[in-house]
Design a protein around this ligand. Structure first.
Ligand code: PHE
Length: 339
């Protein structure tokens, strides 16, 4: 009799596996566990007809089977109730996917890389120096002793009386000269600079500069001019013109302001060039003899030129952006337009 229970169990389990949807599963339930004609129910009902000695073992086996099948039934029910693609049609596989947000380089970094490529072709290598700088390097060794009025050209964030956030990349001139120890130099020094200034459409308290420095035995103002013309033409178009205007920086002599004919109006006069036809692209000059010797180069033997350019300014001219505040206010609608 106990074999009969075992056989029924095997049969029921096979049928359960074969039930592949909820209606079939329900048929299975009626057939095996149904209260009236279910196979297991019938088995239990037949107990009283058995010889007394067989009843306990058979009864126990039949009850165990009932519990076992009940459990299996519930598990299978849960399995078949899970939504599937076919059953619910909830996923429309023809829908376009969600766009993946790709990162991109910041406009300043893109512009810096373009600048590296252009100056790189002219033989300039990139060097970087600290943003937190000593007063000595940021000012004194660039010909500005403590009470020199030219310090007013740069409103300064002081970390302590002897340490500043660099106001320009020019202290890198001294650092690089000291590193290269009288070898010829042709480098650019990019990096962040800080000024304690009100933020306006034209000035930020943090911005980048690219310092350029060339030192050698016969470097002249003509080399500076050639470098500036070549840069302007590669960056802004082959027919660009460049002019020098007299200026003053304590660490260059002579000092100049470098202008380029306006790329928007081609020199006619417009909003961008304030109707002058020219836009300023950097400050520059011949390295002051005192600065050369502060860097360890004999000014009787060596000469050099230096310039300081603002990559944000370059990007603003190139893309006709009229407010520098867009650069670092993290508005993705602006930043996403580039790259
Ligand atoms: N450091 C100057 C500035 O920040 C620019 C400059 C660099 C001028 C190199 C001359 C030579 O305004």
């Amino acid at each position: 009799m106990v074999e009969k229970v075992q056989m029924l169990k095997e049969e029921a389990m096979q049928a359960l596996q074969a039930a592949s949807n909820l209606p079939e599963l329900d048929d299975w339930r009626v057939k095996y566990l149904g209260r009236k004609g279910g196979a297991v129910t019938q088995l239990l009902r037949s107990i009283p007809e058995l010889p007394a000695e067989e009843r306990p073992a058979f009864g126990q086996a039949a009850n165990e089977l009932k519990g076992f099948l009940q459990e299996r039934y519930e598990a299978r029910h849960a399995e078949l109730s899970r939504p599937t693609v076919e059953m619910t049609e909830a996923i429309d596989v023809t829908l376009p996917g969600r766009p993946v947000n790709l990162g991109r380089l910041h406009l300043t970094i893109q512009t810096l890389r373009e600048m590296y490529a252009i100056f790189g072709q002219m033989g300039f290598q990139v060097e970087e120096w600290p943003e937190v700088e000593t007063d000595l390097l940021n000012f004194e060794l660039l010909n500005m002793p403590p009470h020199h009025p030219a310090r007013d050209m740069w409103d300064t964030f002081y970390v302590n009386p002897k340490v500043v956030l660099r106001t320009h990349t020019s202290p890198g001139q001294i650092r690089s000269m000291r590193k290269h120890c009288s070898d010829p130099i042709r480098i650019i020094l990019p990096g962040k600079c800080y000024r304690y200034e009100a933020v306006t459409a034209r000035s930020e308290f943090m911005f980048y500069q690219v310092e350029g420095l060339a030192v050698g035995r016969r470097i002249t103002l003509a080399d500076l001019k050639g470098t500036m013309v070549d840069f302007a033409r590669q960056m802004f178009g082959a027919d660009r013109e460049v002019r020098f205007r007299c200026s003053y920086f304590p660490f260059t002599e002579p000092s100049v302001e470098v202008d380029m004919d306006c790329i928007i109006c081609g020199g006619e006069g417009c909003r961008v060039c304030k109707h002058t036809g020219w836009v300023e692209i950097c400050g520059a000059g011949m390295v002051h003899p005192q600065v050369l010797s502060n860097g360890g180069y004999d000014p009787d033997v060596y000469s050099g030129f230096a310039f300081g350019m603002g990559p944000e300014r370059v990007a603003m001219l190139k893309h006709d952006i009229d407010d520098i505040r867009y650069f670092y206010s993290n508005d993705l609608r602006f930043l996403k337009q580039f790259g």
